[in-house]
Design a protein around this ligand. Structure first.
Ligand code: 3PG
Length: 424
């Protein structure tokens, strides 16, 4: 059985988050009968597809409960999603065909893939579908109007679906003001959150509004530039911030250490310095890696040549590829006593198994903390891959389906796809 949040109540000591103000399909079904109604569901079925096969089914599986709920209420469900970034062109490898097959298995009901998301053919396709069945509209991004939030395309999407009820369950795309996440809502009477979106907003909302302390965040990934805004926002919420991944080297440089040929954003070294000073002034503890794994290059073939290096004394010209074992120990010491843990971004180059050990360790720590009653929220594509690889999905309080959306939410930004929904 799919479970995003384990049955331990989220509100054990955590107040229900303010972000949970949006009306949900459960709220709506108390007001309006869904039986025989067409319902438009925007899901985020943007999953990795290789050679025609879905490589990670997580987003599809997690979209299933909302669709199943609507089917059980007797609705005709019209699902839409983007896949990749085809930029307004029809691309054969970006068709939703493999996604439809996986969705069918996840909801245990037939899914009919429409030839398009707009136009008379797609409209006729939906019309010929019965209540209790699911239509998946073809990739919305085959139309340039999708990402432009074009009103004419949004209207067409609405017309094809024949729906007066709109459900947004696409947390991963909620930071995009696109036709299917935003523009279409202008044409419907009801616009509500799906079960997945609601769970995401609840878990992340708790971190933002009422986290139990100590709050520890771990931020990784290759670039400081994409993570500085979230780091700034976390300064106001966290007791401790752990920094790993390729971005650690910009911080090492800011501390005056030699980093060889490791990834660095030179222009951000002063900002990294500034961030460390700000954290100190606010009394937020920042834990930077004291050791790392260094390799001659990023190729898997060279991974047997990788060595352990000390941040403070390194003099070589290798490339940093993972946090080291002493740092893993330091991070463990911080995470084990946290009450709330937020994590985004890998600790190393996880594509090479030997360089994924730091990320694996943090994933296990998130599971350990969740199992002892803490709240752990983990997100970002690489974290999701690792959680699934280690089989720990059900052991972590909340694994977010959002990458960019999760970061923007924690940065305190308004998500257009959420803002536009009806309030409770
Ligand atoms: C994601 O994968 O983060 C979402 O599906 C959004 O995709 P996008 O970054 O292409 O808008």
């Amino acid at each position: 059985m799919l479970r995003l949040l384990p049955n331990r109540p989220l509100c054990r000591g955590f107040a229900v988050a303010a972000a949970q103000k949006k009306k949900t399909i459960a709220d709506l079904s108390k007001e309006v009968s869904l039986k025989g109604k067409n319902v438009f569901v925007r899901a985020d079925l943007n999953v990795p597809v290789k050679g025609g096969a879905v490589k990670d089914k997580t987003r599809i599986n997690l979209s299933a409960p909302t669709i199943r709920y609507l089917l059980d209420q007797g609705a005709k469900v019209v699902v839409s999603s983007h896949l990749g970034r085809p930029k307004g062109q029809v691309m054969e490898d970006k068709r939703l065909t493999p996604v439809a097959a996986v969705l069918e298995a996840a909801i245990r009901a037939p899914v009919r893939l429409a030839p398009d998301s707009a136009g008379p053919e797609a409209a006729a396709f939906v019309k010929n579908t019965s209540a209790g069945e699911v239509v998946l509209l073809e990739n919305t991004r085959f139309h340039a109007g999708e990402t432009k939030n074009d009103e004419a395309y949004a209207k067409q999407l609405h017309e094809v679906s024949g729906a007066d009820i709109y459900v947004n369950d696409a947390f991963g795309a909620a930071h995009r003001a696109h036709a299917s996440t935003h523009g279409i809502t202008k044409f419907v009477s009801h616009k509500v959150a799906g079960l997945l979106l609601d769970k995401e907003l609840t878990a992340l909302g708790t971190i933002m509004t009422s986290p139990e302390h100590p709050v520890v965040a771990c931020i990784g990934g290759s670039k400081v530039s994409t993570k500085l805004p979230v780091l700034e926002s976390l300064l106001a919420k966290c007791d401790t911030i752990l920094i790993g991944g390729g971005m650690m080297f910009t911080f090492s440089k800011a501390q005056g250490y030699h980093i060889g040929r490791s990834l660095v954003e030179e222009d951000l070294v002063p900002m990294a310095k500034e961030f460390l000073a700000k954290a100190k002034a606010k009394g937020v503890k920042v834990v930077l890696p004291r050791d790392f794994v260094v390799a001659p290059d990023l190729e898997e073939a060279s991974s047997s040549k990788a060595l352990h290096a000390d941040v403070a004394s390194y003099k070589g010209d290798g490339i940093g590829v993972d946090i080291g074992p002493l740092t893993v120990g330091d991070f463990h010491n911080e995470i084990k006593d946290a009450k709330t843990f937020f994590w985004n971004g890998p600790m190393g180059v996880i594509e090479v198994p030997r360089y994924a050990l730091g990320t694996d360790a943090v994933t296990r720590m998130a599971a350990f903390l969740s199992q002892k009653g803490g709240l752990a929220v983990v997100g970002g594509g690489d974290s999701l891959v690792t959680v699934q690889k280690l089989g720990l999905f059900d052991k972590i309080t909340h694994v977010s389906t959002g990458g960019g959306a999760m970061l923007e939410f924690v940065e305190g930004k308004v998500l257009p796809g959420v803002e536009v929904l009806d309030n409770k």
